[in-house]
Design a protein around this ligand. Structure first.
Ligand code: 1HS
Length: 257
């Protein structure tokens, strides 16, 4: 199938690597013009270059999603270069380590700033353009950690829970504007974000940490970035026109147990 995103302008945060890069490529392949936003300019540029070399249309923009002025400037740049954003994928995220007792305040704040506040700030900046364009789709990155407890991941569990609750809130507020808002709750995907957690779980041994983690997944493997990107693509396309306020588990059965 091709052209599922024809005529759309997609903005993907955390597009410089992992799930965000896979999503940027899939959205572009389906005809979207893609803005790849990342904190790391070089990573964003690399993703945009990959897409442009393959015949797609992409631009790179740099911003910290947790800083309002940077978000506003980045969205203004995207709108002036590509047009109104009609598909926003709030994918950028950071993790945390530790239970409540050992979590440092600055790590708690960073986790909420990027995961929860970043989703709020990006959506706040994009919604006026989306509404003026007649509607669109917002996909927020939740996590299985919003649905079940993950040991020693307190701030992350809480921040992702906030993202899922915010998704429902935005969905009902944005429905009259023709904007659908859904969340994906991925299970662990082997990306740079997850490597420290996996290593710690294996007491420093990445392979051991991976094996322990895979054992939690009935499907017998961790996710690939492309697995999650495909769900984001579906939710952003017209095929999902009756979905809003939904939380889609993309977790190989992890939360079905
Ligand atoms: C990707 C993600 O948000 C992971 S939370 C950790 C879940 S698990 O792999 O330890 O079961």
């Amino acid at each position: 199938m091709t052209g599922r995103m024809a005529g759309k302008v997609a903005l993907i945060t955390g597009g410089g690597s992992g799930i965000g890069r896979a999503a940027a490529q899939q959205f572009a392949r389906e005809g979207a013009k893609v803005a790849v936003l990342d904190l790391r300019a070089q990573a964003a540029t690399e993703t945009a270059d990959i897409i442009n070399s393959a015949g797609g249309t992409a631009i790179a923009v740099t911003a910290n999603v947790a800083v309002a002025s940077e978000v506003e400037a980045a969205v203004a740049e995207v709108v002036s270069r590509l047009g109104a954003v009609t598909a926003l994928y709030n994918n950028a995220g950071v993790d945390s380590a530790g239970n409540v007792e050992v979590t440092e305040e600055r790590d708690w704040d960073r986790c909420f700033d990027v995961n929860a506040k970043g989703t709020y700030l990006m959506s706040k900046a994009v919604i006026p353009h989306m509404r003026a364009a007649g509607g669109g789709s917002i996909v927020n990155q939740g996590s299985v950690a919003a649905m079940v407890a993950v040991p020693n991941f307190a701030a992350y569990c809480a921040a992702k829970g906030a993202v899922v609750a915010l998704t429902r809130s935005m969905a009902i507020d944005c429905a009259p504007m023709g904007i659908r808002v859904n969340a994906i709750c991925p299970g662990t995907v082997f990306t740079p974000l997850m490597e420290p957690m996996l290593r710690a779980r294996g007491d420093g041994d990445l392979e051991a940490g991976l094996a322990k983690t895979v054992a939690k997944y009935p499907i017998g493997r961790l996710g690939a970035p492309e697995d999650i990107a495909a769900v984001a693509l579906f939710l952003s396309s017209e095929e999902a026109c009756f979905l809003t306020g939904s939380t889609v588990a993309a977790d190989g059965g992890m939360t079905a147990q």
